[in-house]
Ligand binder design. Sequence first.
Ligand SMILES: Nc1ncnc2c1ncn2[C@@H]1O[C@H](COP(=O)(O)OP(=O)(O)OP(=O)(O)O)[C@@H](O)[C@H]1O
Ligand SMILES: [Mg+2]
Length: 374
Amino acid sequence: MSAPRLDVDHVLDTAQIIVCCGAGGVGKTTTAAALAVRGAERGRRTVVLTIDPARRLAQSMGLSELDNVPRAVKGVDGNLDAMMLDMKRTFDEIVLTHAEPAKAQQILANPFYQALSSSFAGTQEYMAMEKLGQLKASGAYDLIVVDTPPTRSALDFLDAPDRLTTFLDGRLVKVLLAPAKASGKAYLKVVTVGFNVFTGALTKIIGASVLQDVSQFVAALETMFGGFRERAQATYDLLKDPGTAFVVVAAPERDALREASYFVERLATEQMPLAGLVVNRVHRSAAAGLTAERSLAAAEDLDPDSLTAGVLRLHAERLLLSQREARLQERFTSAHPGVPVVEVAAQPGDVHDLEGLRAVGTDLSSGTAAATPA
Ligand SMILES: Nc1ncnc2c1ncn2[C@@H]1O[C@H](COP(=O)(O)OP(=O)(O)OP(=O)(O)O)[C@@H](O)[C@H]1O
Ligand SMILES: [Mg+2]
């Protein structure tokens, strides 16, 4: 059974948001960057939101510093901006945007805020959502390509709004928010009592100075989180929009494909628009006509140490590898027959410059749907 081919160029020309997701280390960041370069070179004003790109890739895209602002990528024949996600800075921006300047400074300086903004579970996902919403609202781009963080569970990204709600409904935040509705002495007393409940844990994280300026901090936190929750929901809704295309990335390996399966099912459950599957780092054999059996047989007739015998054995190994990969991919396709697939060949080295990204982009747009096992 062969899968329908994922028409990447069609997606690049029509989608407003592309989200690359998948298991850790399969090539999400590379695929996102390659899609963005190709999208820009096809004439769309594009921005790519990357998360923890490898250093050399970041450099080649002009991302030498974490500044949380999209920067033009030099050397691209079109309009491409790129940015790396810095979660603490995005958090700070929310405070600066939603609190009065003086209050904002107070919040930023508050040790409790500092601990909170960089430590609570899933911050990276919320920040990705937040940033995506901002980029969309700016109206500056035709196409936004989003990379997702290497989470242990590939599903964390989708859980973000739920987990945010769980966090915001949690005891700690309740204690922080509740007193803001009281006033005067009673207010301070409630706050103090509330904090005392958590003294042990809080002191460990942030020290005793946490109680300074706590009243203003708590009040501002309420304003901030109130809006934050709504915006996370709005961005979540944006992801369901038909203008969004989820691209699941996998390596041609059992575990990665199993996770891809799970992800495809989850996207369906959430009614998120799936564009298809990218099978990245596929091994292809140049001389597919020469079977593994024949080349091993031929190698046996030669001096085992000869170069030709070595090449023949290598050829056989590559061929067997590519057959194994094709079988794994077949298995995915028989479980999800409707899901379009495209393959990207394993490059000889890491993908760390525009040239490498263009090569991946070319494969993405012209690669075969699914290798037929020989
Ligand atoms: N088609 C390819 N050919 C060769 N190397 C590749 C290919 N795709 C990705 N790589 C390399 O594999 C490594 C991992 O890729 P990448 O960082 O894109 O994965 P990721 O899914 O974003 O990982 P993480 O889950 O850690 O964020 C990088 O060194 C990258 O250059
Ligand atoms: Mg990555």
